[in-house]
Each structure stands twice: as C-alpha cells, then as structure tokens.
Write a protein of this length. Structure first.
Length: 500
C-alpha cells in the first residue's frame, strides 16, 4: 500500500469511528428502572426511558406549560366534567398498528382497571372514556378535576400498542409510539432503544440508539463520562460540581425541580408498622426534631439540597410558607421521646444503595442517635426496596419523587387512603376530603387553602418526613450540543446532537 493510500485508509477509518460513536447516545443513570410498563412503573429512571419510548397525550414545555403531543388540541365542557381530545392522525406504534381514539381509550381503561396499576389514583376522577370518532376521544368525569390534564403529561397519558396488552412480556418488551423503539434490556447493565424511522419528527432526533447504563456509584458514573464512555450523567453528586465546571471536556447543568426526597414511615402496613415509630406520632415528631435538614444541605448537598418541609417545592405556586423548615433540636427530640415513654427507639431504615442515598442514610443515623434512636441501616437494590415497601416489609425507607407540575401529583397518591403509592398505608378521612376538594376547584387560592389545611394534619401525623427538594444536576460531554434540562425531570432528546 502506498503512503497516500495508507493515509486515506486511516482517514476513512477515523471518520467511520467518529460516525459510529455519534450513532449512540449513552446516559449514565443512578439505578436500574423497574418494569417498563408505564401503568405499573414508579421509578425516576423509568420515566427517562419512557420519555424516548412512549409519547403521551400531552407534554410539558420547559416553562411547565402543557403542550400537544399525541393530542393536537383539547377542550373542556361548560360544566368541566368532559375533557375532549382531538388526536393526531399520523401516528403509528412501533409494531405498525395505528394510534387512534380506540387506542387512547384502551390505554386509559387499562390504566384505570389493571389490578396492579399505579395510575388508578391519578385517574380516579374519570367515569368513562368515549370514542367519539377515530380522531376524537372524550374523557367523562365523575366531578370536575383540575389535575387531570397535568396527570396526562406523565405516565397516565403514555400510550402503548393495545395489540400488546395480552402479551405476558409487555413489561419487558414495551411497544409505544415515541421517537425510539425498544431493542433490549440486560438487567442492571443496560437498556437499548433504537431510532424509530417512521416517527413523525424523526428528523429532529440525531442519534441512532439511546443506551441507558445503570451506575449507582456517582464516582464511577463521572469517571465513565470523563473517559468518553458515556455522554450524559444524571443526578451528579453535588460534591463533583466544581470539578465538572473546571473540566473543559464537560458541561455542568443544574436546575430546580418539582421533586423531593423523603423518609417514608410505615404507619399502617403489616408487621412493619408495629414499632414505636409506626404507632406513635410523638416518636415520629421526635425523629423529625433530631434531623438537621440544613446540615444535610451543607454537607451532602453542597448548597444544592434545599431543605424541605412539605411536598411542594419552592418552584411551585403551592409552596407553603405556613410550614417553615423544622430546625434540628436534640433536646426537643429527647423531650418528645420522654413524653411518649420511649427514651430509646430502635428501627430499620432501608434505602437504595447509591452513593448519595447511602451517605444520607448514614447522616440521618448519626444525627438521630444523639436523641436516642438506634437505627440499623438496610442498603438494597432500589427496585427491590420499592417492591418490599409495597408489601409493607419496611419500617422506614428513604425514597424520592421526581415531582409533577400540578401539586396533586406530589401528594395525593402518597397519602390518600386509596392512593396507588401509599406504601405507609396512612389513612385520614379528613385529609382525603381536603385533597379531593383541592382537586375539584381550578381556583389557585382556594386550592392552596385546602392544601394548607391538609398539611396541618400531615405535619402532625408525619407519615412522611421531607428532607430536601431534589435539584436536577447533570454533567454532559462537551461533544454534545443542545441538551436542555426540564423542571419536570424528564430527559428529552429532541434536537440533541453531536457538537460541530
């Protein structure tokens, strides 16, 4: 081979290598998601996957405005009890079947009736779904519901191919209508999606494959990004922020989110509730008094973990100034335990075994010990922990929520008596009444008043102790252009492409 031919061959090989690298977009995620069925799923990482895989009736802009997706428009009846959607007519599921009003009805009906659906409480106001014509579906309500449209911007509004509903492998091999289609999943290793060429806006998606890589250790996640083995890291450890900002190969992105981290306390679900912590709210109040949310923010969050008292973050219109953050008071904690005749309380705290969560658990353990709590720590695979919580096999757990644009999405399903994700099995009829009243009125000030009243009860009963509002913190390769963070926490890839 001549010298010129050798250089040409090397150039072609290098170009081919660059094209091959550009074909994949690799995302380092904190944990492996649970089932890939939006009606049954509950993990944050699952939402990341679904955003590329499953289009919804409506979506959310970066300004938290509701925007068309599978529905081109919508309207309410005069009595606010029927929501009618006009649907796109150019949508095809990944299996080649057509999306239409019948498919939309089938999905909503499944979300409402599937025995293990976690969307039931999100759609509890829906009485029936009617196919008006192939491009029109009407959702009839039992009573007005100011939250419904917002619910449909997330998993409740995601559409799967009804032709797959009888497939026992649906949760392992989902079929939707988004810009990418499912290819494969290797548990705790990777999920691979491939570009769907028949997607209506395929030209706006520049990568051939999306690969989600679960890497619980934040140091390892960042090292993979620095080495060029992945393109984006979500939930970057705040302690690494300065290093990322100083690295010209990377971009640092941080944004306030709608989500929170909390301590979930089992107050009514099986044997796990039979402890002083579960039975006596004085003990829970003492536990709260022993925890320094400001300390968590300073030490673990490096100023990014805004202390939380309620499930409504500072970015929300419904943030409640009536409930300032409880300050750590060890003397008060000890006094409350004495009043409860429980000078020493032992319980188990389970948590998903990731870098940040493990550090948070250890901090809580150390702070609470000074007040008389003996906490044993139980690190678990995050998905396994959620399954145990659903069964009532826990005393207390660290668990987060990614947040929703309507305040109802941050509270109802967790504390309503029949809430689909009410793992503590907390039930207070007055709280239910107030939350249902808040759902039924569109007036912001009236809704805020109902939430304030509900919070007064919840702040006393404490089935949840909120620790901080979760920031959205990403590190992105400088070789990637146009990535934008959205306050709802979804990872959207429209327009994201290799930097020139």
């Amino acid at each position: 081979m001549t010298h010129r031919k050798l250089l040409t061959a090397l150039a072609i090989g290098l170009l081919s290598s660059q094209v091959a690298l550009a074909a994949d977009f690799r995302i380092g995620v904190q944990e492996d998601p649970d089932v890939l069925d939006p009606h049954k799923a509950r993990t944050t990482v699952g939402r990341f996957v679904f955003t590329s895989l499953c289009d919804k009736l409506v979506d959310v802009t970066d300004k938290l405005e509701i925007a068309p997706q599978l529905a081109s428009s919508w309207s309410w009846s005069d009595d606010n009890k029927t929501l009618t959607f006009k649907l796109r007519t150019d949508v095809e599921f990944h299996d080649g079947t057509k999306f239409d009003a019948a498919a939309a009805k089938a999905n909503l009906d499944r979300a409402m009736t599937l025995p293990d659906s976690l969307r039931k409480s999100e759609l509890v106001s829906v009485a029936s779904v009617e196919v008006v014509d192939p491009a029109t579906v009407a959702v009839h309500l039992k009573q007005p519901d100011a939250t419904l449209l917002a619910q449909l911007t997330d998993r409740a509004g995601m559409m799967m191919s009804p032709a797959t509903f009888s497939n026992p492998e649906l949760g392992a091999k989902p079929v939707c209508s988004g810009p990418y289609k499912f290819v494969s999943r290797t548990q705790n290793d990777r999920i691979v999606l491939e570009k769907f060429d028949k997607y209506r806006d395929a030209k706006d998606y520049f990568y051939d494959r999306i690969i989600f890589l679960p890497i619980p250790d934040t140091t390892v996640r960042l090292a993979n990004l620095q080495a060029g083995d992945i393109d984006l890291v979500e939930r970057l450890n705040p302690s690494d922020a300065d290093a990322v900002k100083a690295d010209k190969r990377l971009k640092f992105i941080a944004l306030s989110s709608l989500g929170y981290q909390s301590i979930v306390i089992n107050v009514g679900s099986g044997q796990g509730a039979n402890s002083p912590l579960g039975k006596d709210k004085l003990v829970r109040q003492a536990f709260q008094a022993a925890i320094g949310r400001d300390i968590i923010n300073d030490v673990l969050g490096h100023g990014l973990f805004e202390p939380a008292q309620t499930p409504f973050p500072l970015a929300s219109t419904y943030y409640d100034k009536n409930y300032p953050v409880t300050k750590r008071d060890v003397a008060k904690a000890k006094a409350l335990l004495a009043e409860a005749k429980q000078p020493e309380v032992a319980f188990e705290l389970s948590f998903g075994n990731t870098t940040i969560t493990a550090a948070l658990a250890e901090m809580i353990q150390a702070m609470a010990a000074e007040a008389g709590f003996k906490i044993s720590l139980r690190p678990m695979d995050f998905t396994a922990m959620l399954a145990e919580m659903q069964k009532g096999n826990f005393q207390a757990s660290l668990s987060g929520w990614s947040g929703r644009i309507d305040p109802d999405g941050n509270i109802y399903q967790f504390v309503a008596c029949k809430g689909a994700q009410n793992d503590p099995k907390y039930c207070n009829p007055e709280v239910d009444r107030l939350l249902n009243e808040a759902r039924s009125t569109p007036d912001v000030e009236k809704r805020k008043a109902f939430y304030t009243q509900a919070s007064a009860i919840l702040q006393s009963d404490l089935p949840y102790i909120y620790t901080y509002y979760s920031p959205l913190v990403y590190a992105v390769s400088a070789k990637v252009a146009n990535f934008k963070a959205y306050p709802d926490g979804m990872i959207r890839l429209r327009g994201v492409k290799p930097a020139q």
